[in-house]
Design a protein around this ligand. Structure first.
Ligand code: ZN
Length: 112
């Protein structure tokens, strides 16, 4: 089964971009182009994102602590911190686009 296959209807209705935008299990998800049901990136993606965020926050904290001791770090601390924040936002989406299976959204859909 392709990672771009909709878990609700079985059609390959997603692409790297729509999958990246589908978010994690705690997000609203993206509707399938075929059946319209919301899909999110599954457990693996959610766990990956959790650890990735922790690593990023630890890295930010470590840089904040050690920056005054290193001329290079203290000079570039702001862009480095901004870069980590950007990486935390962008990298998981890039990884979601190319790996992890889709999962039906567990959030209740609003009644139409
Ligand atoms: Zn579908």
């Amino acid at each position: 089964m392709s990672i771009y296959t909709c878990p609700n209807c079985g059609k390959k209705a997603f692409g790297p971009v729509t999958k990246a935008l589908a978010g994690r299990m705690n997000s609203k998800g993206k509707p399938c182009q075929n059946c319209g049901k919301l899909c999110v990136n599954g457990k693996g993606a959610t766990i990956f994102n959790f650890f990735f965020s922790i690593i990023g926050i630890i890295a930010m904290f470590v840089i904040f602590i050690i920056a005054p001791k290193f001329a290079f770090l203290s000079h570039y601390e702001v862009p480095i911190q901004a870069g980590i924040v950007l990486a935390l936002l962008v990298i998981p989406r890039v990884i979601f686009a190319f790996s992890f299976k889709l999962h039906p959204s567990i959030r209740l859909e609003p009644l139409k």
